[in-house]
Design a protein around this ligand. Structure first.
Ligand SMILES: Nc1ncnc2c1ncn2[C@@H]1O[C@H](COP(=O)(O)OS(=O)(=O)O)[C@@H](OP(=O)(O)O)[C@H]1O
Length: 366
C-alpha cells in the first residue's frame, strides 16, 4: 500500500528548519547517549488527580510562556491530506493496513467515530501500539494518521467518520495521531465529539524521546544543526531551549494538564513506551483491560526479532506472516555527549515527578 502526503511533506519540514535558523550550528561533539531507553517500571492509568493546580506548578518551572502552537509534528506516519469529500475514496485506498481495506471491501458494518484514540506522544511507540492492537478482532483502526483534531478540523466530523473503517456491533474504532497530545485545541474538540472517548498516551523517557525526534528530523534533513546546539539557549549557562519542539513535547505534565481540563483521569491510559518494547504483551494486557476487551493479544503473539532489535508480531493482522515495523521505527540514535544528556535529565526531573504524581505512576525515567 503506497502512501502520499500531499500538502504536508513539503511544508512541514521547512517549519522545522525555520526554527533552526536562529540556532548556532556548532559541531555535534557526539559521544554516548547515557541512560536512554532504560526499561521503566509499569505504566499508569487512572490516578484520580485533577488538573487544577498543575498549571501554576509547571509555569513556575518554565522561564517564559510557551508557543504551544508552534510545536512541530514531523512524523514518519503518512498523514491524511486536507481533503474535500471527493478525495475520500483515494484516501481510503491509501489507509494502509489490511484491516481498513478488508472492512472496506467486505462492505459489512458501518463507519463510526472513534471510541478510542492514541493521542501521543510523538516517538513514544504509537505505531507499535496501534499495529499490535489491530490484531484484536474487536478493534478496527485507520492506518494513516487522520490529524483531524489538529490540522483537518475544518473538514467536519462527517469527513472524519468517512475515514474510519467499517465496524460491526461491539467492535471499537480507533485512530492514532501523536500530535494531538500537544495540540491545545485537541482536548476540547475531542470532548465535543464525545466526552466518553478513551484516550491512550504512549509515553517514553523525554530525553530519549527528544533524541528520537531529532534523529527522525536528521534523517530527512541531514544539514540541521547538532542536537547539542539546538538543546541549549545558552551553552555556557546550560539554559535549555524549551521553545524547541523536541524539548517541549517531553514536558508531559504541562500537556496533560490541558487534557485534564476536559477529561477525567479515568479516561486516560498511559502506556510505557519502554515496557511496550521490553514486555509488549504486558502493556497490551493493560490496554485491552482499559478498552474493556477480552485479553486476546498475549505473549503468544510476539517474538523478539534479533535483527530488528524489537518485538515483532508472529502474524500481522489479516496475514499469516511475521511482521516487524518498518525501518523508520527503531532507528540508531546519534551519540549525544553525556553532559548534554545530564543537563536534559536535570531539566526534565521536576516535570517528570509532577507527571508521576498526576498519573499515579512512576515511569522510572530518573
Ligand atoms: N516493536 C517495535 N518496533 C519498532 N519500534 C518500536 C517498537 N516498539 C516501540 N518502538 C519505538 O517506537 C518509536 C517510534 O514511535 P512512534 O511510532 O510513536 O513514532 S511517530 O511519532 O509515529 O513518528 C521508535 O523510536 P526510535 O527507536 O527512536 O526510532 C521505537 O523505539
Amino acid at each position: 500500500m503506497l502512501y502520499s502526503c500531499v500538502g504536508y511533506c513539503s511544508t512541514v519540514p521547512s517549519l522545522v528548519v525555520d526554527s533552526y535558523r536562529t540556532k548556532d550550528s556548532a559541531s555535534p561533539g557526539r559521544r554516548t547517549e547515557t541512560g536512554a531507553a532504560a526499561a521503566a517500571g509499569g505504566a499508569g492509568g487512572a490516578g484520580g488527580h485533577g488538573g487544577g493546580n498543575n498549571a501554576g506548578f509547571v509555569s513556575r518551572l518554565l522561564s517564559k510562556p510557551q508557543p504551544w502552537e508552534d510545536i512541530e509534528s514531523d512524523y514518519d506516519e503518512p498523514p491524511v491530506r486536507t481533503a474535500s469529500r471527493d478525495l475520500l475514496d483515494t484516501d481510503r485506498m491509501r489507509f494502509g493496513g489490511l484491516g481498513s481495506m478488508s472492512s472496506f471491501s467486505s462492505g459489512a458494518g458501518s463507519k463510526k467515530l472513534p471510541q478510542a484514540i492514541i493521542i501521543g506522544v510523538k516517538k513514544g511507540g504509537t505505531r507499535a501500539l496501534l499495529e499490535f492492537l489491530r490484531v484484536h478482532p474487536d478493534i478496527r483502526a485507520v492506518g494513516a494518521e487522520p490529524h483531524f483534531f489538529d490540522r483537518n478540523y475544518d473538514n467536519g466530523l462527517e469527513w472524519y467518520r468517512e475515514l474510519m473503517p467499517k465496524t460491526l456491533e461491539g467492535q471499537i474504532t480507533m485512530e492514532k495521531t501523536p500530535s494531538y497530545f500537544v495540540t491545545r485545541e485537541a482536548p476540547a474538540r475531542i470532548a465535543a465529539m464525545s466526552r466518553k472517548t478513551k484516550l491512550i498516551v504512549v509515553v517514553r523517557d523525554p530525553v530519549t524521546r527528544a533524541i528520537s525526534d531529532y534523529t527522525q528530523t536528521l534523517s530527512k534533513k541531514p544539514d540541521i544543526p547538532s542536537f547539542e546546539s539546538l538543546t541549549f539557549k545558552n551553552r555556557t549557562t546550560g539554559l535549555i531551549d524549551t521553545s524547541w519542539s523536541a524539548v517541549q513535547i517531553g514536558i508531559y505534565a504541562k500537556h496533560l494538564d490541558n487534557w485534564l481540563q476536559h477529561f477525567p483521569m479515568e479516561q486516560l491510559l498511559f502506556v510505557s513506551g519502554e515496557r511496550l518494547i521490553s514486555d509488549p504483551a504486558g502493556e497490551l494486557g493493560r490496554v485491552q483491560d482499559f478498552l474493556r476487551l477480552k485479553r486476546i493479544i498475549t505473549d503468544k503473539h510476539f517474538y523478539f526479532n534479533q535483527t530488528k532489535g524489537f518485538p515483532c508480531l508472529k502474524k500481522a493482522e489479516g496475514s499469516s506472516k511475521p511482521h516487524c515495523l518498518g525501518k523508520t521505527k527503531g532507528r540508531t540514535h546519534p551519540n549525544i555527549h553525556p553532559e548534554v544528556v545530564r543537563r536534559l535529565r536535570d531539566f526534565y526531573r521536576p516535570f517528570n515527578l509532577k507527571f508521576y504524581q498526576m498519573t499515579g505512576h512512576h515511569f522510572g525515567w530518573d
